[in-house]
Design a protein around this ligand. Sequence first.
Ligand code: ATP
Ligand code: MG
Length: 431
Amino acid sequence: MSSSSAIQAVRGMNDVLPDEIAYWQHIETIWRRLMTQYAYQEIRFPLVEAASLFQRSVGETSDIVEKETYTFADRNGDLLTLRPEGTAVCVRALVQHSVLQQQPVQRLWYMGPMFRHERPQKGRYRQFHQLGLEAFGMHGAAIEAEILLLTTRLWQELGLSALFKLQINSLGTPGTRAAYRAALVAYFTQHHAQLDEDSQRRLDKNPLRILDSKNPAMTAVLQNVPQMTDYLDEVARAQLNQLCAYLDKAGIAYEINSRLVRGLDYYTGLVFEWVTEHLGAQATVCGGGRYDNLVAELGGPASEAVGFSIGMERLILLLQAQQNLSSPVPDVYLLNVGELAEQNALKLAEDLRLALPDLSLLVHCGGGGFKSQFKKADKSGAKIALILGDDEAKQTTVTVKYLREEREQVTVPQYEMVEFFKKELGLRIED
Ligand code: ATP
Ligand code: MG
């Protein structure tokens, strides 16, 4: 097949090749450890959901539902959507299985691909990945502080703390939001001529979303909008102050950004973003907030909830600029030449892997002479080549050759190999 006719991946959907995988695995390992430390449990849910789920939760007038979802009818004519985010799906799963009735307090996390039909660019793709968490059944600022402390720890462990700034805001209660909305509508109506097309359309349907506009032409009119923080009631203000007190005590710097509204309809109270100056327009790496009404709206029991999600690709772009992680290489490459040696090699390798669970051992397959096998051993990056020829196989020995050091090769009885690697590579023996 000529290269011009070879099938390509769908635009905006990326392969992650082995030379990049170390960054993904590094973040995933740290994330899993952190989630265990903070006693969050993993939840997994489908990639495909009923389209109505996102219309009811994320919102009909949100960017996501209005223009970004992959929605299609399946062969039965059911309208389905590739999930564009995790929160609504998580809540759907908990409601469906009555999880919160049985245990109202839940700390959950998820990881996986999301789909949005956006214009692909650096840090913005059509299939991307999120790490996210959701905590249910807890009111007050303590749980809000916990998830921000935990994110701070994640940045520290990735060596990225210096790149992030935390912005927070409160969207208040439904009552104060209505009053603020009225003030916004009055202000934008007065400045109608200065609104771009999107914003004019949103003025009736969802005026808060106008604050989220990234159009530079809107900067001037957004400069003097009424401040959300002036409209908060006592309860919302007290909770925001309490969160600030927690953050101050923990030494976490933040900025109150009263124009921060987030792109999803379900937020109530706290909203926040971790932003960076190093990714151009794709500035937000982590966004979240409180959504106390969503569980009931999707048919579950009244339940407080707070959560966030992190864009993996954006985090990886930052990590790649900061440090060089190379993909793992095998410790040992086992060469085998000759019929007897070939038969012996797989068995020897099984014994070694059983006894040394941390050993990464590549067995040469596919034949060839010593010369070609050595070339491959060298290319593999392995530190040590184990040579099994017919002589060794007959004498049940193996020859050790150091590929990265100037050292004499040695021949060792096969039954001593476990001890040899324990010493040589500092590996633990399975007991
Ligand atoms: P943006 O304003 O950049 O479009 P958003 O508000 O739509 O982001 P959320 O829905 O809050 O994003 O998703 C949480 C995080 O997921 C974002 O902060 C970002 O890191 C990541 N993310 C969102 N959309 C994409 C995308 N198309 N490609 C890559 N990452 C994304
Ligand atoms: Mg978006």
